[in-house]
Design a protein around this ligand. Structure first.
Ligand code: PLP
Length: 381
């Protein structure tokens, strides 16, 4: 249906073979492949003293992070105003109160130490930051603020596997890093996630929590390493399976190359679209960061009707999307009395996401950009 769709899997025979090998091995629930995936993921983030726990989704990792820090009723958690609904959902699910931090400015859509600070109250217990679109937040200032004010820090790294701030991997700055491996992510397994911590005790607890709080796995009993198990704390079933971990290992091998390709494609987009005055491209000329270009968001000028543009792009065979609708627009949060965040609310009205995936060609980018020029009746350059 689409000439250029928003996202395409970066899959080939390697993924098919990896899944087939797991099935042929006769062991499909969490086991050795998952351990290997966790170890290699820790290595990606810098190795030593980084503990990775593979889970069933990014949302599961966020939920576990809040529970692991003991956050609940009476606590406030600061989250970005411009982010995916999973962030507000997990805060609500543990019984805490979400408070919104605005974007830094119209170029840097991430939260900043200043926009977080403006929302701190005596009830604030934790901050969740999101490295939006794969562009790292200014972590040194945020870490300093959280330390000074005694706040827990959770990084939502769903958009940013292998992104770096001042040479250090995103996900390793706070108490927990939460990754998503959902279909459209830079590292894609269908459904999956990873919870990262540098605290060994939190990691042991996370591994038990992921599997009903049990002290031994089905695999341990299968291998004769355990006969029974204890449950010292409650838990849920947030396990990943071996098929997805095998996919994760293949995707991990491809990640750096794929992220490099994303960078070339974004560079092409920027060169082609810069003369188009009706749009602006965020996250330009930011210092100290190595982004991983998860999505390509643009900001439309006030004079452009976004729904009209989405439909016109559709006529050209180009899929586009919106990241993200503001929380207040969702029925579930209408009565929450959420604080306002003027920049995020304005961006949310005018944002448009254009296709981006590592197997795209320059000719796809040129086609999208030329179509945009034609639709907006500007001269193609
Ligand atoms: C910023 C952000 N946080 C969290 C999530 C949730 O991840 P998952 O879909 O794996 O639960 C997503 C996924 O779309 C996301 O984009």
């Amino acid at each position: 249906m689409w000439k250029v769709q928003l996202f395409k899997l970066n899959y080939d025979d390697k993924e098919s073979r990896a899944v087939r090998d797991v099935i042929d091995s006769g062991w499909i629930t969490m086991g050795d492949k998952t351990k290997e995936f966790e170890n290699k993921f820790s290595n990606l983030l810098g190795g030593k003293s980084i503990y990775s726990t593979a889970v069933s989704s990014g949302t599961a990792s966020l939920h576990m992070a809040l529970l692991g820090l003991g956050i609940g009723s009476g606590d406030e958690v600061i989250i970005p105003a411009l982010t995916f609904v999973a962030n507000i959902n997990v805060v609500k699910i543990v019984g805490a109160t979400p408070v919104l931090a605005d974007c830094s400015n119209y170029n840097n859509w991430n939260v900043s130490a200043e926009t977080i600070k403006a929302q701190i109250t005596p009830k604030t217990k934790a901050v969740i930051v999101v490295h939006f679109a794969g562009y790292p937040c200014e972590m040194d200032k945020i870490v300093t603020l959280c330390k000074r004010r005694g706040l827990y820090l959770i990084e939502d790294v769903a958009h940013a596997p292998d992104a770096k701030y001042k040479g250090k991997a995103c996900g390793t700055f706070g108490d927990y890093g939460c990754f998503s491996f959902f279909t459209n992510k830079n590292l894609s397994v269908g459904e999956g996630g990873m919870l990262i911590t540098k605290n060994k005790q939190l990691a042991i607890r996370a591994k038990e929590f992921r599997s009903h709080g049990m002290s031994a796995l089905t695999l341990d009993r299968h291998r004769g390493r355990a006969i029974s198990y204890d449950v010292s704390n409650v838990g849920l079933n947030y396990r990943i399976d071996e098929m997805r971990s095998a996919l994760g290992l293949v995707q991990l091998d491809k990640l750096r190359d794929a992220n490099r390709k994303r960078a070339y494609l974004v560079d092409r987009y920027i060169k082609k679209l810069s003369p188009l005055k009706d749009i602006s491209i965020p996250f330009q000329n930011l210092k100290n960061i190595k982004p991983v270009y998860h999505i390509f968001p643009i900001l439309l000028s006030n004079s452009i009707d976004r729904v009209w543009l989405i439909n016109r792009l559709k006529e050209f065979g180009i899929q586009s999307s919106i990241h993200y609708p503001i929380f207040k627009e969702f029925s579930a949060f209408k009565d929450l009395n959420l604080n306002s965040a003027p920049i995020a609310e304005d961006i949310a009205k005018r944002e448009l996401t254009l296709p981006l995936y590592p197997t795209m060609n320059f000719s796809d980018i040129d086609f999208i950009c030329d179509s945009l020029f034609k639709i907006l009746k500007r001269e193609v350059v």
